[in-house]
Structure formats: structure tokens, C-alpha cells
Design a protein around this ligand. Structure first.
Ligand code: IPE
Ligand code: MG
Length: 234
């Protein structure tokens, strides 16, 4: 979710105004995804690098996170959303981590959209924390680890790999988001600034995704013969 600051700047508003509108865009996007039957939505809210921002902006973002949890969790729960946060939560204020715990516990049994907020998250951090936990859990150090072993220790190890990655705000970078999981994800970049992201923008991203051919290393011809074979078998 990128472009809050520029959205505000264009309107001669303080950056915080952009972040506030960004929260509205989150609410609308979550609702749209839930209605469309999207299985999982993961939002990059705060990266491990975002601590480098001015202290005032960082504390404001934390305040917005607290407010959003206080105001939105009930509604998410009513809508069957399973809420989770990934990232290194150790530097966060206990008030915030308390609200996160509570929201995760409340919604743990829900069967709808899995909504994950990445906060103080970095893709490299995720891989390293997985390796370290795997190392501690290992009993036999002579058996080589597999990708599947590592996967179960990654923050999103229980979810299917993402089909679509959307970055708003015009930059064409992953910026240390889900590095492991994005290996075969379709990447979509849009100039739309995050506060302007709405259902129409989401539909455009999904339409772009639908035009792509996902070969996973195979040839186009192999894919069409697979679908012909499937069609033949009913
Ligand atoms: C993204 O918008 C929000 C967060 C990183 C929390 P930015 O704040 O990065 O907005 P720009 O890139 O300055 O426009
Ligand atoms: Mg930015």
C-alpha cells in the first residue's frame, strides 16, 4: 500500500491525512475482497525499514493502527474474517500487541477471508526467523532440509501461495515483502495512489491477472493439452 504521502502532498495536506485516507481504502478493499470470495488478503502496512521515518510519523502510524483495531475488529468478526498480524511485534507498544492478540483470538475460528496485516515485516526477516526456528526444532542435523520443511516455519506457511501481488503508488519493486511466497505470483503495478484504491481499481488488477497465462515453467502448448485432457475426461 504505497502513495499515502503523495496523495496528501497533492492536496497540500499533511502526510497524516493521506494515512487516514489509506485506512479508509483498507476498509473498502477488505470488504470488496470478502464479497468477491477472495481466500486470503495480505496487506503490507509497515515494513521493518519504515522505522527510519520521522518519529512523529511512526508514532502516528502506530496510533492509526490502534484506532483501526479498536474500531474495526468487531465488524471483521461479524463478517467472518480471520484476522492475523505477521512481523516482528517485539518493538510495538503493549497496548497495540494486546489489541492484536485479542483480535487474533476472537477471529481465530472464522471461516471467511484470511486477512493478514504485515507489520514490522520484512521478507528476509521472515526467512531468517524460519531458519532459526527450524534449526532449534531439528533433532537430526544430518538430514537435509527441504523447501516444504522451511515453508511450515514461514509466517504464511499455512496459506496457499499468493496468486496476485498488487503494488500501488507507481514504484515497481517488491520492497522486501513476501520474498519466498512471491516466486510464482503475478505482479501488478499501478500508478493509483493507495488512498485512491477502490473496488474499480481492484477489479482492474483482477482483470489483468485473468489475462495472464500461468505456466509455472511449462510451455503454453503443455497447458492447453492439459486443459484439453481435463475437458475430455469431463
Ligand atoms: C504508504 O504510503 C504507507 C506506509 C508505508 C505506512 P507512503 O507513506 O509510503 O506514501 P508516499 O510513498 O510517501 O507517497
Ligand atoms: Mg512510499
Amino acid at each position: 500500500m504505497d502513495g499515502n504521502g503523495r496523495w496528501a502532498k497533492r492536496r497540500f495536506l499533511p502526510r497524516v491525512a493521506g494515512h487516514r485516507r489509506g485506512v479508509d481504502a483498507v476498509r473498502n478493499t477488505v470488504q470488496a475482497c470478502a464479497e468477491k470470495g477472495v481466500a486470503a488478503l495480505t496487506l503490507f502496512a509497515f515494513s521493518s525499514e519504515n522505522w527510519r521515518r520521522p518519529a512523529e510519523e511512526v508514532s502516528l502510524l502506530m496510533q492509526l493502527f490502534v484506532n483501526a483495531l479498536q474500531q474495526e475488529v468487531e465488524r471483521l468478526h461479524r463478517n467472518g474474517v480471520r484476522f492475523r498480524v505477521i512481523g516482528d511485534l517485539s518493538p510495538f507498544d503493549p497496548l497495540l500487541t494486546g489489541l492484536i492478540d485479542e483480535a487474533q483470538r476472537l477471529t481465530a475460528g472464522n471461516q471467511g477471508l484470511v486477512l493478514t496485516i504485515a507489520a514490522n515485516y520484512g521478507g528476509r526477516w521472515d526467512i531468517i526467523q524460519a531458519v532459526n526456528r527450524m534449526r532449534l526444532a531439528a533433532t537430526d542435523h544430518d538430514v537435509p532440509w527441504t523447501e516444504g520443511d522451511l515453508l511450515s516455519y514461514l509466517s504464511l506457511g499455512d496459506l496457499p501461495e499468493p496468486d496476485l501481488f498488487i503494488r500501488t503508488g507507481g514504484e515497481q519493486r517488491i520492497s522486501n515483502f513476501l520474498l519466498w511466497q512471491l516466486a510464482y505470483t503475478e505482479l501488478y503495478f499501478t500508478d493509483t495512489l493507495w488512498p485512491d484504491f477502490n473496488v474499480a481499481a481492484l477489479d482492474e488488477a483482477i482483470a489483468s491477472y485473468r489475462r495472464r497465462e500461468r505456466r509455472f515453467g511449462r510451455t503454453s502448448e503443455q497447458l492447453s493439452s492439459v486443459s484439453v485432457a481435463r475437458g475430455a475426461s469431463g
